[in-house]
Write a protein that binds this ligand. Sequence first.
Ligand code: 5GP
Ligand code: MN
Length: 330
Amino acid sequence: MTGDFQVPPAFVQALRQHQSYLLVSHVGLDGDHLGSMLALQQALTIMGKRVVAYLPESIPASLSRILYGLENTSAELPDEKFDAVVALECPTLGRMPKGFEPRKMAPLLLNFDHHQDNENYGDINWVLPEVAALGEMTFELIQHLDVPLDRSMATALYVAVLTDTGSFQYSRVTPATHRRLASMLQAGVATDEVSRSVYRNSTPNVLKLLGRMLNDLTVDERDGVCVAWAEITQKSLDEYSVRPEEIQFFVDELDRVEQADVVVLVREAPGGKIKASIRSRNHPINQVAAIFGGGGHSRAAGVTTDGKISEIRKALVDAVHTELTKLTKA
Ligand code: 5GP
Ligand code: MN
């Protein structure tokens, strides 16, 4: 896989031809859509457009410290109409922020994503599931808009690709990914500052909580299928005074267990929700997430649901076992 792809002319045209754009992304903030959103907002602004980036969630310091342009984003839904809404990596309308109705905000809806379960709900859909990060698609889009990449856009896109590829390690990383990264570095990304901020800047309490999670991790091996799992309760977050957005990387630490086929991190999230992150080494697990109303990529998926943490965790781990046993015996 070379990683080269075409940018649809209709998508580029739709971003050239109008005056005002509202950018929105899925709930559960991550570096890929945040970086892509900031870079696209900056590019469209340079083109003379009016752009609001709607970001109703709090942004972790690990990202806010190194990204430019956050002061131009809006935590409130603007009380005005736009020419177009651009949805960045929202596979379904249901993944958009609560109460957000794109059709009420603009007559045109552009759907821009790299999730395979995307439902193509837009007027124009540009969805490439084989691409590792939306940041790569945003990079190509900005080239097609003829906006020169400056340091701030390049940094935002670098953060997007860095965080969505597990630091360029996942299977969807291609030669083209690295060529795009080279252009970003050329534009002046401070790679040392970025990775320090994103991965090596945790408070001692976050690390102590990580220690507790690793101490309590469980390896559940049945019929040759190995699942490593851990739970993080609201009580332990409170005990260590740690905010939910500070532990997004914990699943990557769990993903270091030697023999695991799949790792599952289940945590109590704000609003009484249970949030699970699932990572798989060799088999698709997004179908398992879908059973619980979640979704995601083939090897990285998630679930947000109601219930008791241990019950959800048990059901999820059992479902992973059932699915993988089926797949490995097939
Ligand atoms: P993470 O575990 O890092 O939150 O998410 C991994 C992948 O699963 C991402 O592509 C994310 O969009 C997706 N994902 C996470 N949580 C949910 C969820 O509750 N519902 C759906 N449909 N996808 C999710
Ligand atoms: Mn992504």
